[in-house]
Design a binder for this molecule. Structure first.
Ligand SMILES: [Zn+2]
Length: 159
């Protein structure tokens, strides 16, 4: 990104946020040359994937929100910033887009999430992997975590 003030292309991202239902990323940036702060809005290329095929064969509309929610649950009480979370969701969304297909199995998405979490946080990875494999899919996982606990004080189910 070019700094609006000095036109340097060197900047760092201070904060990232998913907006518009996950369709755009708003980033606060700071120019490394003159320290000027500015904001960019990046549009995520629409995902071709529209349908997720569950293990039991049911089909469901793909939802970035659900993807994000599943990952967020796995990162419960881990020191993972929302920026890192956004990055994982963004990376997976891009990978899904590059597949150029309209359907994907919930299992394949789960594998992508596990792969991404593995690089970020071992505990979140193990948690997601064990619970995800135990339950039929990420939805069932999210549902289970929600039904078991009050959001603030209870831990998610352990492996
Ligand atoms: Zn600048």
């Amino acid at each position: 990104m070019l700094c609006p003030k000095c036109h340097s292309s060197e900047d760092k991202v201070i904060d990232s946020r998913l907006m518009n239902n996950g369709e755009t990323i708003r980033r606060r940036r700071q120019c490394l040359n003159c320290n000027y702060r500015f904001t960019t809005h990046e549009t995520i290329i629409p995902v071709n994937i529209t349908t997720v095929i569950k293990r039991d064969g049911r089909r469901e509309e793909f939802s970035v929100d659900k993807l994000r929610e599943g990952i967020r649950m796995a990162c419960w009480k881990r020191n993972i910033s929302s920026e890192v979370l956004d990055r994982i969701v963004g990376d997976i969304t891009i990978r899904l887009t590059l597949l150029s297909q309209s359907e994907i199995s919930s299992q394949e998405i789960g594998e992508m999430v596990m792969e991404a979490l593995k690089q970020v946080d071992e505990v979140a990875y193990v948690r997601f992997a064990s619970v995800y494999r135990h339950f039929k899919d990420a939805d069932a996982f999210v549902h289970e975590v929600k039904s078991l606990s009050h959001p603030e004080d209870a831990p998610p189910p352990s492996p």
